[in-house]
Ligand binder design. Sequence first.
Ligand code: ZN
Length: 247
Amino acid sequence: MRYLVLSDLHANLQALEAVMGAVRADPYDRVLVLGDLVGYGASPNEVVEMVRAMDPLVAIRGNHDRVACGIEAPDEFNAMARQAVLWTVKSLTPDNRDYLRALPSGPLPVGSKIEACHGSPIDEDEYIFDGADAAMAFDRVMRPVCLFGHTHLPVVFVRERHRIEAHLADEGGRLTVDVEPDNWYLVNPGSVGQPRDGDPRAGFALVDDESGEIELRRIPYPVELAQQAIRDAGLPLALANRLGAGR
Ligand code: ZN
């Protein structure tokens, strides 16, 4: 199966539409969603409805989803994230709120070779930023390829025996890694809706568990429309500005 992997969509409808447009000519079998469908962006209902229409094989919750659907209070959030998530709580339709509420926490298996989590296989709220974080996560993974999000930074960590190497995309935002039989992989597709690596383009991945090919990609989208929607919703201006900077 060839999977389209989406993470950290953050209610950015324009970015999600661009990703879905980009993969139209590039067939995949099923969609995997690694959490944070909402929060920060201005289109939570539209994004949740688009995801529901994709009928993802696996969709897991992120920390923003948990707060947006009322599972917990935004105690761990900074002021900007809190303001956005409280706006999201008010904006979600009951139906979309129920969909988020029913999302499971990771890690979840995707066939025999892949698993999916939001932050890390250790804990859904844990961040994997560097090789040391990856080393701890690798001790916990059950399958050769573990998909994760949460940092909004696209990367593939490869463990070969006891050595861990981080692979980053080229300037075009592309990275292709072939899965080797004895190695282990931690794959972050980057963020669809709020990239933070200085590149404003939407990030996603295509992962094929038969050919063993992992591809990270970026696609430009009309950032100014997503920014306008954030301003129109009365959300913090900084949330619009950061989309332009990809930070
Ligand atoms: Zn996120």
